[in-house]
Design a protein around this ligand. Structure first.
Ligand code: C5P
Length: 227
């Protein structure tokens, strides 16, 4: 079986990681959540006084980039890698609303992107990888054999995310979640470096009215035609 790169991009909370994890498991591929990497850098900045209510200390953060080590460690029970920042498991912390509200500002810094894109390319050098994010099919792996671009209405995406957060016991309002999702989409699509857009050769999948199994089967069939 041929080893390929599957790039999954799209707007916030479109279910990219759920599909990507299942696909990787089914194909025996590595799964990489690049959003977790931008979230880990944001957490580092927040914990080191480089990002807060007053904004981001851009130069300060750029000066510390070499001190930030991110890796994924396989959790056999979960079946996928958890995010470690400088040897500490931060999988839970990077999903907080505080991080979600700041990550797109940090992800707009070119030096941050440069560091993470290099690491992502290294992870995919042997192919056999499913990577999700915002610039995978456009910048990280423009030569990926299969590119997908996932969309859904903002209300549906916010509803799914809201339910997920409630399920985890987080106290949050629907409006707050909707604002976070739409703000991030705006910043991600309008930044100068690597803005979010659909690669011309990516297959678009609007899952507003599509169940998880149907989505998975469509993508899996696309992959199997190439592999
Ligand atoms: O995928 P997730 O929603 O966790 O990503 C968090 C944020 O990280 C995005 O809103 C975006 O600002 C940034 N990101 C990015 N490029 C990627 C992946 C994520 O800019 N490849």
């Amino acid at each position: 079986m041929k080893k390929i790169i599957i790039a999954i991009d799209g707007y916030s909370s479109t279910g990219k990681s759920t599909i990507a994890k299942r696909l990787a498991k089914e194909l025996g591929y590595i799964y990489v959540d690049t959003g977790a990497m931008y979230r880990a850098v944001t957490l580092y900045a927040m914990e080191n006084g480089l990002c807060g209510d007053e904004g981001i200390d851009r130069e300060g953060l750029i000066g510390k980039l070499d001190d930030i080590k991110i890796r994924f460690v396989l959790n056999n029970t979960l079946g996928y890698g958890e995010t470690y920042l400088n040897d500490v498991n931060v999988e839970e912390k990077i999903r907080s609303m505080d991080v979600s509200n700041r990550v797109s500002g940090v992800a707009a810094i070119s030096e941050v992107r440069h560091k993470l894109v290099e690491e992502q390319r290294a992870m995919g050098k042997d192919r056999g990888i499913v990577m999700d994010g915002r610039d995978i099919g456009t910048v990280v792996f423009p030569d990926a054999e299969l590119k997908l671009f996932m969309t859904a209405s903002p209300e549906i995406r916010a509803t799914r995310r809201y339910k997920e957060l409630l399920g985890k016991g987080k106290e949050i309002s629907f409006q707050e979640v909707l604002k976070n999702v739409t703000d991030r989409d705006y910043i991600d699509s309008h930044r100068k470096d690597s803005p979010l857009f659909r690669a011309p050769d990516a297959i678009e999948l609007d899952n507003t009215d599509m169940g998880k199994n149907e989505q998975f089967e469509r993508i899996y069939n696309h992959a199997m035609r190439i592999i």
